[in-house]
Design a protein around this ligand. Structure first.
Ligand code: ATP
Ligand code: MG
Length: 302
């Protein structure tokens, strides 16, 4: 089984490395194809799904150790345009993990209480405990995306006017970078996913939501209206990745036009990340072993 895990991890690395961005300098979104599926063709879809099932099993095994060891915490951040498949990726990839060691937090438009604080406040409150995996469905990165594209969002933040200058985005990137470094120094391992969907595929998914009664609830006209700002969002995402990719908290620019492939890349990244932590079940000392043997004897004699 040990060998098997090693093999799985090495395969994971082959799948994730083309999409990993750990140095932002020179990053261009146009170099990443939303339709990329590496060596897997549509014909291999079944094989990819089998690999995903195997990966999910491996992930459960690793999570069990993460939880038992109770030292590291893992924070997975998901950012994307609407209908890129964040919810589905989270649901599928985490389907095998023990819910007791995993929390998903979704960040929507900020509440009055959120707006009464600095922007990291609402995220800090739900950082994962040691031994846990925390998932952010959207995150503090919205502060450099929707808030940048829509100046009215920034206006609502009640910041002292002298602090709102042209440098504000640069300052936010720096602050986020420092915050993620702080997390890394505290044993919180951060991995960030940008699910990269094309404008064409987003349109197809919106139409599917409109035409399928079971999917109607997912559709919102305001999401479709956001398409008018596609170019601004693309520029904001590119600038964000450029300034916040780091070795300790890399971005993964995951092709998102094919859901089966998106899920494979995300699962592979999580497995690779957990495997890199050299997780072990806590060792039991001599005293504890003696105690276990004595209790066993008592139980068997009763
Ligand atoms: P779905 O794919 O189901 O639509 P979602 O993540 O888009 O999921 P929504 O209910 O649409 O969920 O709400 C998220 C909305 O909240 C997004 O439009 C996002 O831009 C907005 N939002 C998140 N953080 C902030 C923020 N800090 N300031 C302003 N708006 C934000
Ligand atoms: Mg939405």
């Amino acid at each position: 089984m040990k060998m098997k895990m090693k093999e799985i991890v090495s395969q994971c690395r082959n799948i994730t490395s083309p999409f990993r961005v750990a140095k932002g300098k020179g990053f261009r979104l146009k170099d990443f194809d939303p339709g990329d599926t590496l060596q897997f063709s549509e014909k291999d879809k079944k094989r990819a799904k089998e690999a995903l099932a195997l990966g999910i099993k491996a992930l459960a095994e690793l999570q069990d150790k993460l939880y038992a060891q109770d030292k590291w915490a893992v924070l997975l951040i998901f950012q994307a345009m609407d209908a890129a498949g964040k919810d589905g990726a989270i649901k599928h990839v985490m389907s095998g993990v023990n819910p007791q060691g995993c929390q998903v937090s979704s960040f929507k438009s900020p509440s009055a209480d959120d707006l009464d604080h600095d922007y990291l406040y609402r995220c800090m409150k739900v950082l994962p405990n040691r031994g846990h995996i925390g998932i952010f469905n959207r995150s503090y990165y919205e502060e450099t995306l929707v808030v940048r594209v829509h100046p009215e969002c920034l206006a609502k933040q009640k910041l002292p006017p002298t602090l709102v200058t042209k440098d504000i985005w640069k300052q936010r990137f720096e602050d986020i970078g420092n915050f993620e470094q702080y997390l890394a120094h505290n044993g919180v391992v951060v991995r960030k996913f940008f699910l990269n969907v094309s404008k064409k595929e987003q349109k197809r998914r919106f139409l599917e939501r409109i035409e399928t009664p079971e999917k109607n609830w997912k559709f919102s006209a305001s999401d479709a209206a956001e398409r008018e700002h596609w170019k601004e969002y693309t520029e904001a995402y590119e600038d964000m990745i450029c300034h916040t990719a780091s070795e300790e908290a890399p971005w993964y620019v995951v092709p998102a036009d094919n859901k089966w492939f998106t899920r494979l890349v995300v699962a592979a990244t999580v497995i690779e990340t957990l495997a890199s932590l050299d997780l072990k079940y806590p060792e039991v000392g001599q005293d504890k072993l003696k105690e276990l043997a004595a209790t066993k004897k008592t139980l068997l004699n009763k």
